[in-house]
Design a protein around this ligand. Structure first.
Ligand code: PLP
Length: 357
């Protein structure tokens, strides 16, 4: 029998673990930060009509540069952006991989501040880029002085800042991002996958783009936009950054069906984003409820809450699962993360918690 160890796999991949949020079929799934509200039947009808139209042209390759979609995304983002400053791919994960292919690679390094999104180091290593782990403070924020010191020590080619951060929910102040951009010798990626959930008044790093050509802001349609199954992520940056990505992207990487589906979703954005306020309110109520039970809950600007602390978090995760509620065992030891679901799902989460911790 052949095992992975017997194959001539790259030495730097030996012993690594793949990304692995469990996909378990349980009644209440609160573990991958999806929007719990499915698109409406009307949106599905529009989508089906567009898919039919696209299907009649599937003998042809799609628009390689996805210009219509990028124009729609730019209009959604605002901030004076246009298609030439926006790029899209199959999830922001592919966007980030392309960034690392263009700006990382063998002999180069990327720095992130952990705990943070587990795909940043996985994509970094996958592109044969060295991963450097910087630290966050006890409140999960980033200390500007320490961040600058880490950058000066390691001179990373890429710096990741996740804001709001996954799995902690922490948003970063623009002043911190500016300090990092000023200190970084290379590219700075601000991953704003959860930006739409941030509390009112939280500025986007998009405001910093005009002054900083080495800054990249990534977003996704997987979370607030309720389109995780479509696989569309995007970024905003200087047009020269997008020229760099054109060198590494696969030709025709975004299928015509994906491009069309994303455009339908953007056209329906007021429906899709209408649930964001409700999810924010549910999040704030969840934080309060957990704290009222004497537990810790991190301040969150996202659609999830990191809570603890449990000396045996695995036991708590399993006990919740036994009650039909799937949360995520992720982040610092003794903490768990719960994604914000519908009010019924959150009631089920609270009821399960009553019996557990
Ligand atoms: C969920 C998530 C993404 C989204 O990935 P997609 O590939 O767009 O689905 C990106 N960054 C962070 C921090 C996330 O948590």
């Amino acid at each position: 029998m052949t095992s992975l160890d017997d194959l001539p796999i790259r030495d730097d991949l030996r012993g690594l673990s793949p990304y692995g949020a469990p996909q378990i079929d349980v009644p209440v799934r609160l573990n991958t930060n999806e929007n719990p509200y499915a698109p409406s039947p009307e949106l599905a009808d529009d989508l089906a009509r567009e898919m039919h139209r696209e299907a009649l042209g599937l003998n042809r390759y799609p628009d390689r540069d996805a210009l219509a979609l990028r124009a729609d995304l730019a209009a959604y983002l605002g901030h004076g952006l246009s298609a030439e400053r926006v790029w899209a791919a199959n999830g922001s994960n592919e966007v980030i991989q392309q960034i690392l292919q263009a700006f990382g690679g063998p002999g180069r390094s990327a720095l992130g501040f952990e705990p943070s999104y587990s795909m940043h180091p996985i994509l970094t290593r996958g592109t044969a880029t060295e991963w450097i782990s910087g630290a966050r403070e006890d409140d999960f924020g980033i200390d500007p002085g320490k961040a600058v010191a880490a950058i000066e020590e390691h001179r990373p080619d890429v710096v990741f800042l996740t804001s709001p951060n996954n799995p902690t929910g922490t948003a970063l102040p623009p002043a911190l991002i500016e300090r990092v951009v000023a200190a970084a010798p290379g590219m700075v990626v601000v991953d704003e996958a959860y930006f739409e959930f941030a509390r009112a008044g939280t500025p986007s790093a998009l405001t910093l783009l005009p002054a900083h050509p080495r800054l990249i802001v990534t977003r996704t349609m997987s979370k607030a936009f309720a389109m995780a199954g479509t696989r569309v992520g995007y970024l905003a940056a200087h047009p020269a950054v997008i020229e760099a990505l054109l060198l590494v992207r696969l030709p025709y990487h975004l299928s015509s069906l994906t491009q069309a589906a994303a455009r339908v979703a953007i056209a329906h954005r007021s429906e899709l984003l209408a649930t964001v306020d409700e999810l924010r309110a549910e999040r704030d109520a969840t934080v309060e409820w957990l704290r009222a039970r004497g537990l810790r809950a991190a301040d969150s600007d996202a659609n999830f809450v990191l809570f603890g602390r449990f000396p045996d978090r695995r036991a708590v995760w399993e006990a919740l699962l036994a009650r039909g509620v799937l949360v995520r065992e992720v982040g610092p030891p003794e903490w768990l993360r719960v994604s914000i679901g519908t009010s019924e799902e959150m009631a089920a989460f609270r009821a399960a918690m009553e019996g557990v911790a």
